[in-house]
Design a protein around this ligand. Structure first.
Ligand SMILES: [Zn+2]
Length: 316
């Protein structure tokens, strides 16, 4: 037996490569209707373009969330909304983190937004899910820092206005036991976990020949120190773990919808704007992504390229 053929076959089994289309933007209306009737679950993948070392495509976070959501929908049913590649960065603790881990680069290649813009967009995404009549929506962020805790808070705040049952998470929450069997490496930044996941999902977006020599000092465009340990097969196993977690979560949400039979629907733009004013604006200033400094962080020096957008502007 030819080795190459065998490994392709195994990979097909591992990652449910059955070609059923689940990506909303690539589906015909009849396919969308059928998928909706079979399983009224929608996934919203979030990420951005952000420094992830010299060996990963910059869109890692969004690609990872999108790829995992697609595998989950192919395996367990549901539809995957177009991924949102614009996410929170360049201000607050993200600027401090960047100063340390990216450094004084000429171009950041970020695709970022401030928190109030991102979370408003999320509200509009939820409106679309509810207006269509999905019973469940899973919001999956591949980008870390504390944005996922704010996203969970947002979901709590808006759930009373929404019929679809909502759940949000950073993908690492679904990555159990993670890279190491001891369960400690569910997530990292451009290290062995993220690199392995991207490698499994989109092999053309990882190139380990671009890794710097391990003795070379430097920030290496925010590369994780463990990137050298990346392993595509472990990446495939972690994808399967995340897919299993998401499938269970989707089932729980569908059951909750059946039980609660919610009557409310977020239908109009006006309702979204009113909900935003009523439920979100009063506490937006408490969001972690809205704090200039996170615990144990030092201010960004004024001569850094990360200084200009560091401080969260006052909103009135
Ligand atoms: Zn990442």
């Amino acid at each position: 037996m030819r080795r190459k053929g065998k490994s392709n076959h195994q990979r097909g089994e591992h990652l449910a490569m059955a070609k059923r289309e689940v990506r909303w933007e690539r589906m015909f209306p009849d396919e969308l209707e059928q998928a909706f009737q079979e399983c009224p679950v929608v996934y919203f993948p979030y990420g951005l373009c952000e420094p992830h070392g010299p060996h990963n495509a910059v869109g890692l976070d969004g690609l990872k969330a999108y790829g995992i959501a697609c595998e989950a929908a192919r395996t367990h049913g549901g539809i995957v909304a177009p991924p949102d590649f614009w996410h929170i960065h360049e201000l607050s603790g993200y600027a401090v983190w960047s100063y340390k881990n990216v450094g004084e680069v000429k171009r950041t290649w970020l695709t970022c937004l401030p928190p109030w813009q991102h979370f408003k967009n999320v509200c509009y995404h939820i409106r679309m899910a509810d207006a269509i009549g999905f019973h469940a929506a899973i919001l999956l962020t591949g980008h870390y820092g504390p944005n996922w805790r704010d996203l969970k808070r947002l979901v709590e705040l808006v759930q009373p206005y929404v019929g679809a049952r909502l759940y949000s998470l950073p993908d690492w929450e679904a990555n159990q036991p993670g890279f190491d069997e001891d369960g400690r490496s569910g997530g990292d930044h451009a290290g062995k976990v993220e690199t392995s996941l991207l490698w499994a999902l989109y092999p053309e977006c990882v190139d380990v020949s671009r890794l710097p020599n391990s003795s070379e000092v430097g920030t290496h465009f925010a590369m994780g120190k463990t990137a050298y340990l990346s392993n595509r097969l472990i990446g495939e196993r972690m994808v399967r773990d995340e897919v299993r977690f998401l499938g269970q979560k989707a089932q729980e949400l569908l059951e909750a919808y059946e039980k609660e039979q919610p009557k409310q629907r977020l239908q109009t733009f006006e309702q979204v704007e009113r909900m935003w004013q009523e439920a979100v604006v009063p506490v937006l200033g408490e969001f972690e992504t809205m704090q200039d400094l996170w615990p144990n962080q030092e201010p960004v020096p004024a001569d850094s390229v990360w200084y200009a957008n560091w401080r969260v502007p006052g909103l009135s």
